[in-house]
Each structure stands twice: as structure tokens, then as C-alpha cells.
Ligand binder design. Structure first.
Ligand SMILES: [Zn+2]
Length: 572
């Protein structure tokens, strides 16, 4: 048994997240967490809302609330939405917590003591019409590298390069659209990343086991060359800047940059969790190498836009602190799940958001679709037709139908009891062999966090059950050889039990419904590759019942209605 620390990218506080956000970090992190728990590991799965920065300020102003009230409300909304989707966080924290404030300040002070912080006078963009300095992402303009015209001041969405707002050509205020901008002097703290570049490079290069997408993005940012980065901003809402535990002189009206404090919240949220349990030191064995974290395996899940911050910026902070912090072991990154080839957008009525999705269908329908179409190798696109196909074919026809058929047959011919007697024949021997191979494949894919492959392997196990039942045909055998029919039914019912076990990471609610049908309690351990043993776990004599239909099909009228309501036919 190992100790596995899992974090998914912190969802930003400015409103509920869409299906693409779910597919690109939180959901696969949850699937992996549930899988590792079923494998018997000790899992700590941490997430939190990312609450600082200008977008939060602006969203609060738009909602007519002060920022704190706005964040309090939005945090609860996001927490509830995550739970309704079955996200099994051990703790869902807040980057505005006291724990994170203290840690963030302590990191900066450690960096300062190590000579890695420098005060510099910056020239920053000031919007005269808005009466404020404009933080990076609120200056837009043309990217100096690829000439994309709507590049943000922090990063170009087109070429992915990290930018400074003053790099932009023809800049304008994203708050008001005003071009009435000027560059003013303002003092900021800089983290001297260039000084830790050799250690950072050595660390990244040692991470040979990182999945390809994360590794290639990290290497790209290294090859472009590290620069010293400003880690404070002219804002009110955020973590105050300190020196020796007191407000830092000249920085009274500034806070840390949201990208400096947000990754620290992985640690902060762990402290929140253990503080809430009344175990103030409990977090240390997960994060401090001098306090037992040496044996922790730390896995991060995130969208590709976050990779640079988690492979370069945050590790530079940790390395620079010269303190024994646990660093990420494996970083699983995702491409985009788009909406019909374009972006999800609230204002343009494009796409489904987490709360809306659950008004339409249960969480597991979405979970199955999003994992089986996971944007791993490249960007992928949601379409209603594909979604309908995944639900109707995979869930209703293949999984649901199998369970329903064998359970109903058991009820009508065997009194709802797992039949005893008889011996496995050649068809069962073939089933064992095929199933063993597929169980190995599924387990390997889950271990490797290859979500599409894992879902496909599980689906093939459902198909295998259908093929077995079709070929063995217990309804025919029953007429001439009841004992033989009993053998088949016993194997079929054991497959149903196995499907409940395999559904645990992917579809936790359906897993429970399936388990209820065969009278077993979850959680159950992940199966071994010994298929024969796995198919004898439901003993003869146990009671089963067919219950309600597990998955309902989506008809064409509903698809048409949803496409009209949420956008769908147009391409982005
Ligand atoms: Zn660009």
C-alpha cells in the first residue's frame, strides 16, 4: 500500500465550471483517486477554489457584492456542484484561507532570505479611464510572437507563450476597452527564477515518467529560457505582502500575484483539512520530506494551460525556498474539450455548465462520456450526437441491457437466487482467458492515467459479457439442461458484480445501483487479473433482484431540444 497525494487544478472562483473544465482536471483526478482507493492505497485528494485576482474582483462588482461575500457564495456553489458530480475530494478548500495566506507569505520570506527576491520598479500599464493599474490578463492586444490579435497580457491563447502586458502590440483595457493607457512606474517583488534554472532543469529532466503532454510543455518553457517574474500586483484582494511577519514597506497596497499563491493552496488546503480534523500537524507527513512525506507519491491533474505554472513557476518557488517540500511526481495534463470545435461560453449560450448538466441527466451519464472521450492525445469536441451515442450504445445497450437481461432471467427461472452446481465448460474457460487479459489492460490503463484507454477496456469487458451470454444462451440451455443454465447464470451474475466493481471509479452512483442488484456493498477492492477467482465471488445461494432500468436512452427529440437550448449545430 502506498500513500497517494492527488490534486486537481483549482477551479477559479468566477462562476460555475463547464464540462470542459470538468473533463480537463477534476473528473480524471476523481477517477484516479477512486481507482487508487479501490486498489487499497491511502489516498488524499485535495482541491480548492482559486479566489484571488482581478477576475474575482470584477465578477463581484458585476454581481453587486463585495469580493469576500461573492467568493463565500461561489465557493459553496462550486463545492456542491462537485459533490453532485461525485467528485470525492477529501477536502475542497479555499485559496483565501488563513492557512494559504501564512504559507504564501512564508514562501516569499524564505525566497527573500535566500537572495531570490528583488524589488524592482516596473513600468506597468495604467488605465486612465478605469482609474487603475491593469493586471496582466486585463490588458489585451496583439501577440508579439504569433500576431494573434486577442492575446492576453499574461499568456497568448493562440501560441501558448507566457507574456508580459508590455510585450503586447496595440494594447487596450479588457475592463473598458479603452486605449487610453499609459505606462507608469510601480514597485514590485521579483522572483529570480534565473538563479534556480540549473536545479529546475535537472529536476524536470529527472522526471522521465511524466506523461508526454506535460513533459513536452515543461521542456518547451525551459528551452524558451526562464525569466525573473513579478510576483506582486497592484490590487486589494489577495494575500498581503509581508517581511519578517509585518506588512512590507512600500507594498501596503499590493498583494501577491494570484499565480504565486494559488499553487501554494495545494498545501494550504491540506492544512485546512487537517486543522478541521483537529490534527494541526497531520498535513506535514504529506508535504514535508523531513516529516514522512518521502514515501508519498504526488500526482497532479490539470489542463495544458496550467502546465507551465506547475512545472516551472511553482517548482522554482519550492526549489528556491531551499526547504524540504514534497514536489510533484507525475503530472497528467489534458488538451481541451471544446464545444463543437469552439469554446464554451456563457455569454454566447454555448455549452453546458456543471449545474445545468445535472438538471438534464444523472452525473454518471456525463462522467462516462467525458472520460471515454477524454481530450488526451489532442483536443476533442463535445457533440450532442456523440453524447447520445455514448449513453444509448455503451450504457443502455451494452452495460444496462446485460445486467437487466441476466437479472430478469434469474428472477423468472431461478427465483432470484444465484444457482449452484455444475462446472465451468469450454465457454467459461474462454471467458476467463479473455477477461483476464482485459482486466490487466484496464488496470494498466488506470494506473497510467490513460483515461480513454481505461474506459475502452472497461467497455470491452461489458461487450465480452454480452458475447458470452449470447453464445452460452442460458434461455436455450434451460429447456434441456437446467444445471448448465445455472452455470451460465452464475457466471453472468458474477459479471454483474464485477461491473459494479469496475464502475466505481468511472460511475460511482451507477456502481452502487448495480451492486444493489446483486446484493453486495461498496466499496469493493479492485479486481485481480485472476478472472476465474473474480467470477466466483458472488456465491451460490445469494439473492439478486433486477430493480429499475439502470440507464435510460436519450431520444432524438431531447437531443434537438438541448441543441437548441445550449447551442450545438453551429461550429466555432
Ligand atoms: Zn501568440
Amino acid at each position: 500500500m502506498s500513500r497517494i497525494l492527488i490534486t486537481s487544478a483549482l477551479p477559479y472562483i468566477n462562476g460555475i465550471k463547464h464540462l470542459g473544465n470538468l473533463a480537463g482536471s477534476m473528473l480524471p483526478a476523481d477517477v484516479y483517486a477512486r481507482f487508487m482507493r479501490a486498489r487499497g492505497h491511502e489516498v488524499l485528494y485535495i482541491c480548492a477554489t482559486d479566489e484571488h485576482g482581478t477576475p474575482a474582483e470584477l465578477a463581484a462588482a458585476k454581481a453587486g457584492q463585495d469580493v469576500k461575500t461573492y467568493c463565500d457564495e461561489q465557493h459553496l456553489i462550486q463545492k456542491a456542484a462537485g459533490e453532485a458530480f461525485g467528485l470525492s475530494y477529501d477536502w475542497f478548500g479555499r485559496s483565501s484561507s488563513a492557512e494559504n495566506r501564512h504559507l504564501t507569505q512564508a514562501f516569499c520570506e524564505a525566497l527573500d532570505r535566500n537572495g531570490l527576491i528583488e524589488e524592482r520598479t516596473d513600468k506597468m500599464v495604467y488605465s486612465i479611464d478605469d482609474g487603475r493599474f491593469l493586471p496582466d490578463r486585463y490588458v489585451e492586444g496583439t501577440c508579439p510572437h504569433c500576431k494573434f490579435e486577442k492575446a492576453r497580457g499574461d499568456q497568448c491563447d493562440n501560441c501558448g507563450r507566457l507574456l508580459d502586458p508590455t510585450d503586447l502590440i496595440n494594447p487596450y483595457s479588457a475592463v473598458s476597452g479603452s486605449r487610453n493607457l499609459e505606462v507608469r512606474d510601480t514597485k514590485h517583488l521579483y522572483l529570480l527564477q534565473t538563479k534556480v534554472e540549473p536545479q529546475l532543469r535537472a529536476w524536470i529532466e529527472s522526471k522521465t515518467q511524466w506523461p508526454q503532454l506535460a513533459k513536452s510543455i515543461a521542456m518547451k518553457h525551459l528551452e524558451e529560457g526562464l525569466i525573473d517574474r513579478g510576483i506582486t500586483r497592484d490590487l486589494k484582494w489577495g494575500v498581503p505582502v509581508t517581511k519578517d511577519g509585518k506588512p512590507r514597506e512600500g507594498f501596503e497596497n499590493k498583494v501577491f500575484y494570484v499565480w504565486f499563491d494559488a499553487p501554494v493552496e495545494y498545501i494550504g488546503a491540506t492544512q485546512e483539512y487537517f486543522n478541521a480534523k483537529g490534527n494541526a500537524d497531520g498535513w506535514q507527513s504529506w508535504w514535508r520530506l523531513d516529516q514522512g512525506a518521502e514515501d508519498v507519491t504526488y500526482v497532479q491533474f490539470m489542463g495544458k494551460d496550467n502546465v507551465a505554472f506547475h512545472t516551472v513557476s511553482f517548482p522554482a518557488t519550492i526549489i528556491g525556498s531551499n526547504e524540504p517540500w514534497k514536489m510533484v511526481d507525475t503530472l497528467k495534463a489534458f488538451n481541451w474539450l471544446n464545444w463543437y470545435g469552439g469554446k464554451f461560453s456563457t455569454s454566447m449560450n454555448r455549452g453546458v455548465f456543471m449545474d445545468q448538466a445535472l438538471e438534464l441527466l444523472p452525473a454518471d451519464y456525463w462522467r462516462w462520456y467525458l472520460i471515454s472521450q477524454s481530450p488526451e492525445g489532442s483536443d476533442s469536441s463535445f457533440t450532442w450526437e456523440q453524447f447520445q451515442g455514448a449513453v444509448n450504445k455503451d450504457l443502455a445497450d451494452v452495460l444496462g441491457n446485460f445486467a437487466n437481461r441476466i437479472l430478469k432471467f434469474t428472477e423468472s427461472k431461478f427465483g432470484g437466487v444465484v444457482p449452484e452446481g455444475g462446472e465451468a465448460g469450454p465457454l467459461e474457460q474462454k471467458l476467463y482467458a479473455d477477461l483476464s487479459a482485459l482486466l490487466a489492460e484496464a488496470t494498466e490503463a488506470f494506473e497510467a492515467m490513460e483515461m480513454r484507454k481505461a474506459a475502452q477496456a472497461v467497455r470491452r469487458i461489458w461487450v465480452l459479457g454480452n458475447e458470452y451470454l449470447q453464445e452460452a444462451a442460458p434461455w436455450t440451455a434451460f429447456k434441456t439442461d437446467v444445471e448448465r443454465a445455472g452455470v451460465i447464470v452464475r457466471h453472468g451474475l458474477n459479471l454483474v458484480r464485477l461491473y459494479a466493481v469496475l464502475a466505481q471509479p468511472l460511475m460511482p452512483f451507477a456502481a452502487q445501483s448495480i451492486a444493489d442488484c446483486v446484493g453486495v456493498d461498496l466499496p469493493l477492492d479492485w479486481p485481480t487479473t485472476d478472472a476465474q477467482a473474480e467470477l466466483s465471488k458472488l456465491p451460490a445461494g445469494a439473492t439478486v433482484r433486477s430493480g429499475e432500468v439502470l440507464f435510460k436512452k436519450i431520444d432524438d427529440d431531447r437531443v434537438a431540444e438541448w441543441a437548441a437550448r445550449f447551442g450545438g449545430s453551429e461550429t466555432g
